[in-house]
Write a protein that binds this ligand. Structure first.
Ligand SMILES: Cc1ncc(C[n+]2csc(CCOP(=O)(O)OP(=O)(O)O)c2C)c(N)n1
Length: 389
């Protein structure tokens, strides 16, 4: 199966199903995609918010396992420390990989050199590679169970390695939450984790409000939108979280909208996961709080992109290493005025009724934001690397 082709990829079994989210939720398709692509080896750290509520309606859970009994490990931490929580997963896994590798080397004489070398040198670059590593680890465990010794120290080493061996198969750490978590309350921790350089994948389900508590303004709320605490329309522009992350240079950053370009979304998830450092995906997620028809909400996503309100791009640090510009602008020049997108949604429309003059002023500013942003990103993406100017 060519997983980078959306038509083939959609045959992958989801390990996230029957959630309690609103019908037509804009967040769940991204969560489902993570579960399809990496679910049998993923660990999910979920910030409190809609995704932790529909994702952890205990005692039931929409997270499930495949026929081999493998599925994602999932846990929910606080709204204010989820990035750190997921970072802890990474540190713990890396420590266990180190311990397992040391034990494999210590027991090399009993295990057999070929298997030891194959296990320790496996790159696990893609799913086929990972499948091979799983087979090797199964062979390792079988071998360990068959070993007989009177040496107590060796016995302990064998027991330890049996309990750690599964860590030698590549794991995928996903730190997931909403914009209230990522842009506001958990931002300090998120920034810290991105700056660490460690291999984690952050998925921000950007509904542009605190959805789970009824739609309060966050720093992700766009200018001119009505939300709780912004009854007169949000006066300030949306914070550019991806730009902040790009300044590190070694963070993979993507901005996606499934309803606008599904294959682009898929590509970004695959690239983010394969990149061995921190990755940040900001995913446009429509929401009932927007005052839209949830049955056709993918069209709102498309209009957001067509108007330039939501830019699609990918910043890949490895392109820079190859002498290329790391930023690839995947959006075309805006082809509809931002007004056409905004007035598809009650969150913008209602301001015209309640504060018509202010609505006019904010609309003008919103169009100005779009124009400036597009030019700015076009400039960044057009830079030739190594230029003096
Ligand atoms: C420190 C703290 N403050 C407030 C809350 C209450 N709370 C729970 S979920 C949530 C909103 C989450 O919004 P967001 O991160 O945007 O995720 P969404 O619900 O939109 O997916 C809030 C304010 C909390 N759990 N912890």
């Amino acid at each position: 199966m060519k997983v980078s082709n959306i038509r083939q990829q959609q045959f992958q079994e989801p390990l996230f199903e029957f959630s309690g989210a609103c019908a037509g939720c804009g967040e769940t398709p991204y969560v489902k995609l993570v579960s399809q692509l990496f679910g049998d080896r993923a660990l999910v750290a979920n910030a409190t918010g809609c995704s932790s509520i529909y994702g952890g309606n205990l005692p039931t859970t929409p997270w499930t396992k495949n026929a081999e009994g493998r599925g994602p490990a999932w846990s929910n931490s606080l709204f204010e420390d989820n990035a750190e929580f997921g970072f802890g997963f990474r540190l713990a896994i890396d420590k266990q990989i180190d311990q397992a590798s040391e034990l494999v080397q210590a027991l090399a004489g009993d295990i057999g050199d070929d298997l030891v070398q194959d296990i320790l040198n496996s790159e696990q670059k893609d799913e086929a590679d990972i499948y091979d590593q799983r087979e090797r680890v199964e062979a390792l465990k079988k071998k360990l169970r068959s070993l007989r010794t009177d040496d107590d120290r060796k016995k302990r080493q064998i027991e330890s390695l049996l309990s750690l061996a599964d860590m030698l198969v590549k794991k995928s750490v996903w730190i997931i939450g909403g914009d209230g978590w990522a842009y506001d309350i958990g931002f300090g921790g998120l920034d810290h984790v991105l700056a660490s350089g460690r291999d984690v994948n952050v998925l921000v389900l950007d509904t542009e409000v605190y959805s789970n508590t009824g739609g309060q303004t966050s720093k992700a709320t766009p200018r001119g939108a009505v939300a709780k605490f912004s009854a007169g329309g949000k006066p300030a522009a949306k914070k550019d979280l991806s730009l902040i992350a790009m300044t590190y240079g070694n963070v993979y950053v993507a901005r996606v909208a499934m309803g606008a370009k599904d294959e682009h979304t898929l590509k970004a998830f695959l690239e983010a996961e394969a990149y061995p450092g921190p990755s940040l995906i900001i995913a446009y997620s429509h929401c009932i709080a927007h005052g839209i028809d949830m049955a056709t909400a993918m069209q709102n996503q498309k209009a957001a992109v067509d108007s330039g309100q939501w830019l699609l791009y990918r910043y890949h640090p490895e392109r820079e290493e190859a002498g290329e510009n790391p930023l690839q602008l995947d959006s075309r020049r805006p082809k509809i005025p931002v007004q056409e997108y905004m007035y598809m949604e009650n969150r913008f429309k209602m301001l015209r009724k309640s504060h018509p003059e202010e609505a006019k002023r904010l609309l003008k500013e919103a169009q100005n934001d779009v124009n400036t942003r597009f030019k700015f990103y076009q400039y960044l993406a057009a830079r030739k690397m190594g230029d003096e100017e």
